[in-house]
Write a protein that binds this ligand. Sequence first.
Ligand code: NAD
Length: 245
Amino acid sequence: MDGKVAVVTGGAQGIGAAIATTLAERGATVVIADIRHDAAAAKAEEIEQRSGSRVRAARLDVTDPEAVRALAGSCGRVDVVVNNAGIATSAPTFELTDEAWRRTLDINLSGPFHVSREFGRLMRGRGGAIVNISSIAAFKATRPEVHVGYDVTKAGIIGLTRTLAAEWAREGIRVNAVAPGYTNTGILREVGAESPETVEAWKAQVPQHRLIEPAEIAEAVAFLASPAASAVTGHVLLADAGYTA
Ligand code: NAD
């Protein structure tokens, strides 16, 4: 990744921070674009010191197309974009409010659309790689009683990935997705992992019988973002410890 510029949305913590770390350790200049600027700035400084690569933070709400355009405009050249920012909205369908439904779609699906479109313009004709973060929830209703909004957006990400891959192949832009299984981050607490019993129940569904570490998801992303994956586009790479096997 030497000499490449990578933007990671939602990179202030969790999987996004691990992706930013791995890309920086492989020589990329990284922009961590997160709605929480202070957290992004602290993480950028930490990764910069650890990796020796340049890492900067930008405040970005992926639901705001103007802000996305402005950030793309300030970046000049970008080679890799990782659409990682996402939220988990948990409510039974009959209780899911219009606002919660819209917000989930805005962040998890419209966000990656805005970011891909605006950063795609920078890559157009000169090449680049986009990696979208989907989920096992795109393949199986992981918690059918509470997850309709989340599951729909993570399935939608795969449609976005395939269509952009086909449309932008002529521009030299590859578009792929990684679909993580249960990964050890803060989002798991939001979806009910506060009790050890819940975590054990999840592990029991996974052939490898464990949670995945964010750094393992980052490896899958780094491969798809790298020249080693030059023939891979429109692909969804499951990194799920065997959950969907
Ligand atoms: P996390 O909650 O730890 O981190 C999400 C990050 O996104 C945070 O830094 C947050 O500030 C940022 N963010 C939220 N809204 C934003 C917005 N509007 N604009 C910009 N940034 C915003 O979550 P995580 O577990 O690291 O998840 C990262 C991605 O991986 C998400 O898309 C999630 O759906 C996906 N995923 C996670 C798991 C898992 O088990 N953790 C499994 C499958 C998929």
